[in-house]
Design a protein around this ligand. Structure first.
Ligand SMILES: Nc1ncnc2c1ncn2[C@@H]1O[C@H](COP(=O)(O)OP(=O)(O)OP(=O)(O)O)[C@@H](O)[C@H]1O
Ligand SMILES: [Mg+2]
Length: 355
C-alpha cells in the first residue's frame, strides 16, 4: 500500500500538481484514514459492525483543491469499497429510496435505507456538503447516525464550517444534533490557502458573452448554428412523473433562456437530470440577480453545481461577468463558488472531452 501522502508527493514531483502547503497540511488526515481503512476488521463470536474510523470534513474557500484531493484519495485506496458522490445527488437517491419504502408501508425508513447503503461501502466521500433544503436538514442527522453505526467512514468537502451548515434555515434547532454528530465523527479541517487554482487557470472568455445586447444575441445564434447546424427540436425530460422541457436540442447540445431554467420551480433533482442529458448547455440572458430574485439566484447556483459536477460545457450570455451577477441579498456567500466555477467553465479547454 503506497501512502496517500507519497502519491501526492509523486504527483507534485512530476509536475502533475503544484505543491501547496495547505494541501500538504491535510495529508496526515488522509494517511490516517487510509491506514485505518486498510486494517483488517477483526471478526469473532460476537461480531458487531466494525467501528468506523473518524472521517474528515474538509472545508474552505473555493478552488483550493478540496475536491481534487478527495477524488484522488478515493481513486487510490486499494481494495476498500468506496463511493464518491455529489452530496445533492446522494440525497436525491435517499429521498427516492425513502419514498419507495413509504409506498411499501415502511413508516420510518431512514435506518433501513442507510443500512442498505452501508452494505456496499466502507467509505463515503461526499463532495460539497451543503444543506439548503429542509427535507435534507430533517433527515441528515438520523441518516449519518445510521451510516456511522454501520461502520461507514465519511469524508466530505464543503465551503462552510459544520457550525455554519443550514444557517438561518427553517427549524434549524432540529438540525443541531446533526452538526454535533458530524463534529464528533469527523476531523474538521480548514484548508487555508491563498491559492485559488481556478483563478490561475482563467483563460479566454469565448464561452461567456456580456452584456446582453443585439450583438451577444447574434453571437449566441452563431455559436448555436456552428455547433448544431441550426436545426433543433425541444427535448422533453421526464422527472418523477413531471415533464421539464428544454426548448432547443440537438445531439447533446441544448439551448434555453435563463428564465426557462431558473425562473420556474425546478429543484436539484431536475438539474441533475438536465446535466445528465446534455453535453453542452447554452443559456441565454442571465440577468443581474438580487434580493428581489433570490429564488432564481438560488436555482442558478444549484444548476451550475450540477453542470460543473457532470462536466457539461456551458456557453452563456449574461448581463455581467460572474462576480458581478449577484452581489447583494441572501446567499451571496454561496454565489462566490458559482462565480468561481463559471470562471473555470469559461475556459476553452473545460468540460467533457469531445466524443
Ligand atoms: N495542487 C494543485 N495543482 C494543480 N491544480 C490543482 C491543484 N489543486 C487543485 N487544482 C485544480 O484546481 C481546480 C479547483 O480545485 P477543486 O475543484 O478541487 O477546488 P475546491 O476546493 O473543491 O473548490 P470548491 O469549493 O469550489 O468546490 C481543479 O481543476 C483542480 O484540479
Ligand atoms: Mg469542490
Amino acid at each position: 500500500m503506497t501512502k496517500f501522502s507519497t502519491i501526492y508527493a509523486q504527483l507534485t514531483a512530476d509536475g502533475t500538481l503544484q505543491s501547496d502547503p495547505a494541501q500538504v497540511a491535510v495529508m496526515d488526515e488522509f494517511d490516517r484514514i487510509q491506514k485505518a481503512l486498510n486494517t483488517p476488521v477483526k471478526t469473532g463470536w460476537f461480531r458487531k459492525a466494525p467501528e468506523a474510523p473518524k472521517g474528515l470534513y474538509l472545508w474552505g474557500g473555493v478552488g483550493r483543491g478540496k475536491s481534487m484531493l478527495m477524488d484522488l484519495f478515493v481513486q487510490h485506496i486499494d481494495d476498500v469499497p468506496a463511493r464518491r458522490v455529489h452530496f445533492h445527488a446522494f440525497m436525491q437517491e435517499i429521498h427516492a429510496a425513502l419514498h419507495k419504502a413509504h409506498q411499501n408501508g415502511v413508516e420510518d425508513a431512514v435506518a433501513p435505507v442507510a443500512k442498505k447503503v452501508a452494505e456496499s461501502v466502507r467509505l463515503l466521500a461526499f463532495d460539497e456538503m451543503q444543506i439548503t433544503d429542509i427535507t435534507d436538514a430533517m433527515i441528515v442527522g438520523r441518516l449519518f447516525r445510521a451510516l456511522f453505526e454501520a461502520g461507514v467512514c465519511v469524508i466530505t468537502t464543503s465551503n462552510r464550517h459544520p457550525d455554519e451548515l443550514y444557517k438561518n434555515g427553517l427549524n434549524r434547532q432540529l438540525f443541531l444534533p446533526a452538526i454535533d454528530l458530524i463534529k464528533q465523527k469527523t476531523v474538521v479541517h480548514e484548508m487555508v490557502s491563498p491559492r485559488d487554482y481556478r483563478q490561475d487557470r482563467l483563460a479566454g472568455e469565448e464561452r461567456f458573452f456580456t452584456p446582453i445586447s443585439e450583438e451577444t444575441r447574434a453571437t449566441m445564434d452563431a455559436v448555436w448554428r456552428d455547433l448544431t447546424g441550426g436545426e433543433a427540436e425541444p427535448l422533453v425530460l421526464r422527472i418523477k412523473g413531471r415533464e421539464v422541457e428544454l426548448p432547443a436540442y440537438r445531439s447533446g447540445i441544448a439551448r434555453a433562456p435563463f428564465y426557462d431554467l431558473c425562473g420556474k420551480p425546478l429543484g436539484p433533482g431536475d438539474y441533475l437530470v438536465i446535466a445528465d442529458a446534455v453535453r453542452v448547455l447554452m443559456i441565454d440572458n442571465i440577468p443581474r440577480l438580487s434580493r428581489s430574485n433570490f429564488n432564481e439566484a438560488k436555482r442558478f447556483v444549484t444548476l451550475i453545481d450540477a453542470l460543473y459536477e457532470a462536466r457539461v460545457k456551458l456557453i452563456a450570455s449574461a448581463a455581467a461577468m460572474p462576480e458581478m451577477l449577484y452581489v447583494e441579498g441572501e446567499g451571496t456567500f454561496e454565489f462566490e463558488r458559482t462565480a468561481s466555477r463559471l470562471r473555470e467553465m469559461m475556459a476553452a479547454d473545460w468540460g467533457q472531452p469531445e466524443t
